[in-house]
Design a binder for this molecule. Structure first.
Ligand code: PMP
Length: 368
């Protein structure tokens, strides 16, 4: 167990920062003549749009905390996980000094955020054909100046979960910040590690309503961490970072629960089986997410040809260790059928005709 000193890892300017005191921090009712708002109600779905939203996100944080099984002081919401990433860099990473360690291949935004902030990002590799994570390897390889490790589980685009015990070992044995991005965790067959933030003061978990909850448009991501880390995030966030409509929609989404999760999971299995039956398709990676990643010769060309036919998938071939791979999101059944149909026409024109004439996956033939 290494020693962990949160304050020593926080950028000195943030440690001493006096945050902006917003008018709605503590007082949200009464004769509100303190925030230079327009006093005349503009109402939308019962929300007074003329008033600033709750900077403390009280109702939303309570609902998120209930959902993940933590307390409101463990939670803070931002405009997508992208904003949570922004806080992590602002609080912990000094430009030109500290390093961000990124386990690759993974979600590209960690590196982009590092570039935006002028923080050097060092890429460490996930291990082997199954892209697994080993804490002891990480501890050997991570440069001394690395302050934050970015882990993604289940990982985008490889689809696999990182071994939970390994993540916790890193938290215990590395006295720096461990970020675990669980954007896709609702699609996985193992639950979130949210409860671990109680026992691990250096663990920050990122979650989002953009995937399983089907709310990408409202931009709502959230951080789970110790109340001390959350307080630092509160210090650096814009006072009214989350608009009132998003806060309300977030609460409603949590009441409704994930959207069509079972259907997406069954389509994931169906799409996997169908791809397995196409001889041109190489290994299909085990996926705990709402996408499949598979190998196929000439992946880039195939993606371009699919695009010409109106089917948009992601060429991941340029990522480290992912030559000739395509990532396809799980769509609605008829969309998956269209993808399969066009894909077969490109890689095995005869079998596409046969499949259509046997009534297998005719485009648009299935409905949700
Ligand atoms: N994390 C991962 C691993 C992702 O793949 C994505 C979106 N592609 C995000 C975070 C972004 O989530 P949000 O919409 O909450 O910004």
């Amino acid at each position: 167990m290494s020693s962990f000193d949160l304050n020593a890892l926080v950028r000195p300017n943030v440690r001493t920062l006096k945050p902006y005191q917003s008018a709605r921090d503590s007082i949200q009712s009464g004769v509100l003549l303190d925030a230079n708002e327009n006093p005349y109600p503009v109402l939308k779905d019962g929300i007074q749009l003329n008033r600033y939203p709750d900077p403390n996100q009280a109702e939303l944080r309570r609902a998120l905390a209930d959902y993940v099984g933590l307390d409101a002081p463990n939670v803070l919401a931002g405009a997508g996980s992208d904003e949570v990433l922004d806080w992590i860099f602002k609080v912990f990473l000094q430009p030109g000094k500290d390093l961000a360690a990124i386990l690759e291949p993974t979600y590209g935004m960690y590196r982009v955020q590092a570039d935006i902030m002028g923080v050097e990002a060092v890429g460490l590799s996930l291990h082997g054909e199954d892209f697994s994570f080993s804490a002891s390897r990480y501890l050997q390889e991570a440069p001394r100046k690395a302050r934050v490790a970015f882990l993604c589980s289940p990982n985008n685009p490889t689809g696999n979960l990182l071994e939970g015990e390994e993540v916790l070992k890193l938290c215990r044995d590395w006295g720096k910040i461990v970020v675990l991005d669980e954007a896709y965790v609702e699609f996985a067959d193992r639950p979130s590690m949210a409860a671990q933030v109680r026992a691990h003061p250096n663990l920050v978990i990122m979650r989002t309503l953009s995937k399983a909850f089907g709310r990408a448009a409202i931009r709502l991501g959230y951080a789970l961490a110790s109340p001390q880390i959350i307080e630092y995030f509160r210090k650096v966030k814009a006072p009214y970072n989350l608009n009132a409509l998003t806060q309300r929609q977030g609460v409603l989404a949590l009441q409704e629960g994930p959207s069509r999760l079972e259907k997406i999971l069954s389509e994931r299995s169906r799409l996997r089986r169908a791809l397995q039956n196409i001889p041109a398709v190489g290994p299909i990676f085990a996926s705990q997410c709402n996408f499949l990643l598979f190998k196929v010769a000439d992946a880039s060309l195939l993606c371009r040809k699919l695009l010409e036919r109106g089917v948009v998938v992601r060429d991941r071939s340029s990522m480290p260790g992912l030559a000739d791979t395509i990532r396809v999101s799980i769509g609605r059944p008829e969309e998956n059928d269209l993808f399969l149909h066009e894909f077969r026409r490109l890689v095995a024109p005869e079998s596409a005709t046969a499949a259509a004439s046997q009534g297998r996956q005719p485009p648009g033939g299935h409905h949700a």
